[in-house]
Design a protein around this ligand. Sequence first.
Ligand SMILES: *Cc1c(COP(=O)(O)O)cnc(C)c1O
Length: 236
Amino acid sequence: MSLSIPENIEKIRHLISQYEKKYARIPDSVRLIAVGKTHPADKIRQAVAAGQVHFAENYLQEAVEKIRELHDLDIVWHFIGPIQSNKTHSIVENFHWVHSVDRLKIAQRLSEQRPANLAPLKILLQVNISGEESKSGIALDELEQLAADCNELPGLILSGLMAIPAPTDDFEAQRQQFRQLREGRDNLLSRGLDNCIELSMGMSGDFEAAIAEGATMIRIGTDIFGPRVNRSEPQP
Ligand SMILES: *Cc1c(COP(=O)(O)O)cnc(C)c1O
């Protein structure tokens, strides 16, 4: 029998605290982000009623509709999808965090367009750790330069790194990929990028390995909301 959304959230929270203990992480150092893409606003409402605060979306148009529908709730919104440069306006007006920045041009637009009445936008740089050409994300060896450039932009706070590794069921292989992201983050910290602390890594199939390697944000969709609904809109 499948569980309800509040039961799923409770189960994941329990696992997070178990893994924090198991891997000697500080208690409450891993933040759960619920990924609502393709799921309707009323499912997000159910998650909020269960105490969930952080939500992520991939598809901008779908996200903006939901953000509007849910404006009565105190939700922290994270954008985790591919960014088209002509859509940055809508991102800076609607989101608190953006995890998927992988080009300076996009970062510059986000910085310039962030409304002055809002706090600087928190961004993460998306890194392509698997090296697959089809994947978005900057290569690890270009990360230092992009991070240094983004760190100068006044409308942004460079807050960490994000990755979507190549899917594998092998726990050690999962850890090995996440470790590369952590080492990339540690390198930036050692170069004085003091706000660059977050590691957004781990999804439904690999979040134990991500927590073992230092994840501070895990992005969970399926394990909270169930399988994704087919979308009729074309994918960006
Ligand atoms: C869909 C998605 C997730 C959630 O994936 P699940 O496997 O459903 O938990 C996390 N991160 C990104 C970038 C996604 O696109």
